[in-house]
Write a protein of this length. Structure first.
Lengths: 114, 113
C-alpha cells in the first residue's frame, strides 16, 4: 500500500517569497492534516480536512498561509509571503476518518527561509 | 486545549536495558493515543495506537499502556538496541480541534553499544 506522498522534500526561499507544498494521502483516507514541526518541537496542527471541507484551521496563520483540498483527495499548502519563522518541516498526514484510527505521516517538506 | 507533556526530554541508556518513556495529558476525554518514532530528517512512524477503551497495546519489544482517568501513558521498550535510538513522540486527540492529534515535544533516546 502506498504511503502519504509529499513534495518537494526540500525548499529554500528568501523571505517575502512564496512557496507551495503538495500532499497525496493514502487511498481511501477521508481525513487529511497539515502539521508544522519546528526544530526541537513536536508537530503543531495547522489545518484538518474531512474530505474537501475544513474541520479545524484555528492555528493556521491565515494572513500568510492557505490550504485547499478541492477534490477531497490531494492537498496544497501555500505560504505567501514567507517569514524567517516559517522555517520548519511541513508534515502531511492522513487517516481513514476523524477519531477512527491511526494517523499516517509523509516524509515531510523541509522549508528554509533566508 | 489538550496539553501533552513528555518526560524525560532526553535519555541515554546502554544497550540491553529496559526503559520507560512517560506521557501525560490534561483532557481525559480522548478517543485515541498514539506513539510515534521519528528518526533525524524523517517523517513520523506510527508505533502503537491505543483506543480509549483499551488499557494497553503491544508490538514486539514495545508495550504502551493508557490510564485515561489519570491522564497518563507509558511506552515500555524491552532489551533496548542501538537501532532504537530516535525521538519518541506521544500524541493525544483533542476534542477542541476535530479530534486531531496534539503532540508532546518528544523524548530523544540514545542507546549506546
Amino acid at each position: 500500500e502506498a504511503g502519504v506522498a509529499q513534495s518537494p522534500r526540500y525548499k529554500i526561499i528568501e523571505k517575502r517569497q512564496s512557496v507551495a507544498f503538495w500532499c497525496n494521502p493514502i487511498s481511501g483516507h477521508a481525513t487529511l492534516y497539515w502539521y508544522q514541526q519546528i526544530l526541537g518541537q513536536g508537530p503543531k496542527l495547522l489545518i484538518q480536512f474531512q474530505n474537501n471541507g475544513v474541520v479545524d484551521d484555528s492555528q493556521l496563520p491565515k494572513d500568510r498561509f492557505s490550504a485547499e483540498r478541492l477534490k477531497g483527495v490531494d492537498s496544497t499548502l501555500k505560504i505567501q509571503p514567507a517569514k524567517l519563522e516559517d522555517s520548519a518541516v511541513y508534515l502531511c498526514a492522513s487517516s481513514f476518518g476523524q477519531n477512527t484510527g491511526e494517523l499516517f505521516f509523509g516524509e515531510g517538506s523541509r522549508l528554509t527561509v533566508l | 486545549k489538550q496539553e501533552v507533556t513528555q518526560i524525560p526530554a532526553a535519555l541515554s541508556v546502554p544497550e540491553g536495558e529496559n526503559l520507560v518513556l512517560n506521557c501525560s495529558f490534561t483532557d481525559s476525554a480522548i478517543y485515541n493515543l498514539q506513539w510515534f518514532r521519528q528518526d533525524p530528517g524523517k517523517g513520523l512512524t506510527s508505533l502503537l495506537l491505543i483506543q480509549s477503551s483499551q488499557r494497553e497495546q503491544t508490538s514486539g519489544r514495545l508495550n504502551a499502556s493508557l490510564d485515561k482517568s489519570s491522564g497518563r501513558s507509558t511506552l515500555y521498550i524491552a532489551a533496548s538496541q542501538p537501532g532504537d535510538s530516535a525521538t519518541y513522540l506521544c500524541a493525544v486527540d483533542d476534542s477542541n480541534s476535530g479530534y486531531a492529534l496534539n503532540f508532546g515535544k518528544g523524548t530523544s533516546l540514545l542507546v549506546t553499544p
